[in-house]
Write a protein that binds this ligand. Structure first.
Ligand SMILES: [Zn+2]
Length: 443
């Protein structure tokens, strides 16, 4: 079975989602039975912020997404969730409309979404403004919390690609948190429920992406909405969507948000029908604490392991390469040496290879670079080009370094520099790193 929005959902498989991208979905949903789309107010720049309600049951849920404008994964996920419920894809929840009132505010920060920024158009990070309450968007959320009095709140964000699950060597594709509501990190009934729901969600998601789920730091943050809403008595659950290997648009995290929220709804249904005993609830809460911690910055885009650097002080070192920011196209040398627990979304064993900083090729006449000619240059030891930009026409599928300094010492990398270098086996160039992208040449 399909819903009024099923056909539109593949459009959300993009790196970013803006206000205009979701208007047709609101339109589609407003034609579904049991669904209402309500205009709740405008953003600072006047973009409409809408709430979707699904169902008319006693269990009240409020979910919001993209409070940070550049964190769009869950915006796609909440439409997927509504689609799954409307098309009855989870047989455990066929009675969801009579059990739940689900309120969803997709894209709470449409101005930030427009400019792909974390903050809103006032330059305010809404999630550090829950006490001062100076943003129209944040005030809409707080009003909804006070009016709707949700039992459960889903605070849906994206996190850096460089979070690792504990020291598993795996990316933290989904991170959960039951936020604290005081500095002592007390656990009251609603926080206990949030933890139990997360315990259940973790088990469900782990079936799909084993060992890629982490637990977010629970230091009390009074300026954050999650913590404030938790204080108001809602079982508040933060879900952070993160990276997975070979998944640039975070579609895996998108799917896992849906798996997680459907599981939470199922547990809430069981609880509502008194089919969940206290020992099950306690053991789910215990599972929350068993989730490995979210370890910040211990993951990289690429880790090249044990590359040999020749010269007077010959040495072996591993190299970590990162993107300057999630939506930038620039990759840089982040760290060199014994990288300990640092893991890579892409890993390359270079223990039999030698570093080559590469040479610069002067371009004096109009030159077209194709995949074939670029590979030829690289195999000849050329890593960069210099000359008039208009002379160089890059038609290859790969980034090209033009008019940029190479490392000053040919036997060392320079930290923070653009991530371009060659790797040799004997005299032969067998691999290259081009702006963080690893290329291996067939022998
Ligand atoms: Zn965020």
């Amino acid at each position: 079975m399909t819903s009024s929005i099923t056909a539109l959902l593949p459009n959300l498989n993009t790196s970013h989602i803006r206000h205009k991208d979701i208007q047709a979905l609101f339109e589609g949903l407003s034609q579904s039975t049991g669904v209402e789309v309500i205009h709740e107010g405008n953003s600072f720049e006047g973009r409409s912020i809408k709430r979707i309600t699904y169902g008319f049951g006693p269990i009240k849920i409020l979910a919001w997404t993209q409070m940070h404008g550049d964190e769009a994964t869950a915006t796609a996920a909440v439409f997927d969730l509504l689609d799954a419920l409307l098309s009855n894809r989870d047989s455990r929840l066929s009675d969801a409309q009579s059990l739940f009132t689900l309120n969803i505010v997709p894209m709470l920060n449409p101005d930030g979404a427009e400019y792909c920024t974390r903050h809103n158009a006032q330059g305010i990070d809404m999630n550090r403004d829950a006490m001062a309450k100076q943003t129209p968007e944040g005030n809409i959320l707080m009003r909804l919390v006070d009016e709707l009095k949700p039992h459960v709140a889903f605070n849906l964000h994206d996190q850096s690609s460089y979070y690792q699950c504990g020291t598993n060597g795996t990316p933290s594709t989904i991170a959960f948190l039951a936020p604290a509501f005081d500095v002592e990190k007390s656990v009251n009934e609603s926080r206990h429920l949030a933890m139990a729901l997360i315990g259940a969600m973790q088990k469900a998601v782990n079936k799909h992406i084993p060992d890629c789920i982490a637990r977010y730091d629970d230091t009390f943050s009074p300026r954050s909405f999650g913590d404030r809403i938790s204080e108001k008595g809602a079982a508040t659950i933060l879900i952070e969507s993160g990276a997975a290997r070979n998944d640039p648009n975070r579609q895996i995290a998108r799917k896992m948000n849906v798996v997680a929220m459907l599981e939470a709804m199922f547990i809430l249904k069981e609880q509502h029908k008194h089919q969940l005993d206290i020992s099950t609830l306690n053991s789910l809460t215990q599972s929350y604490w068993d989730i490995p911690q979210n370890c910040s910055e211990t993951l990289s885009s690429l880790v090249v392991r044990n590359l040999t650097f020749a010269g007077e002080h010959s040495y072996q070192a591993s190299i970590s390469i990162k993107q300057t920011a999630r939506y930038s196209n620039a990759f840089f040398i982040d760290a060199v040496g014994d990288l300990g627990v640092q893991a890579g979304l892409c890993e390359f064993d270079a223990s039999k290879l030698q570093y080559d900083c590469g040479a610069v090729c002067a371009i004096n006449a109009p030159t077209v670079i194709t995949n074939e000619s670029y590979f030829h240059y690289l195999k000849q030891g050329v890593i960069a080009f210099e000359g008039e930009l208009e002379n160089l026409d890059n038609q290859s599928d790969y980034p090209v370094l033009v008019n940029q300094p190479l490392p000053t010492n040919p036997h060392a990398l320079t930290l923070q520099q653009a991530a371009y270098f060659l790797m040799r086996k004997g005299n032969k160039v067998v691999a290259a790193v081009l702006n963080g992208l690893l290329i291996e040449f067939n022998e």
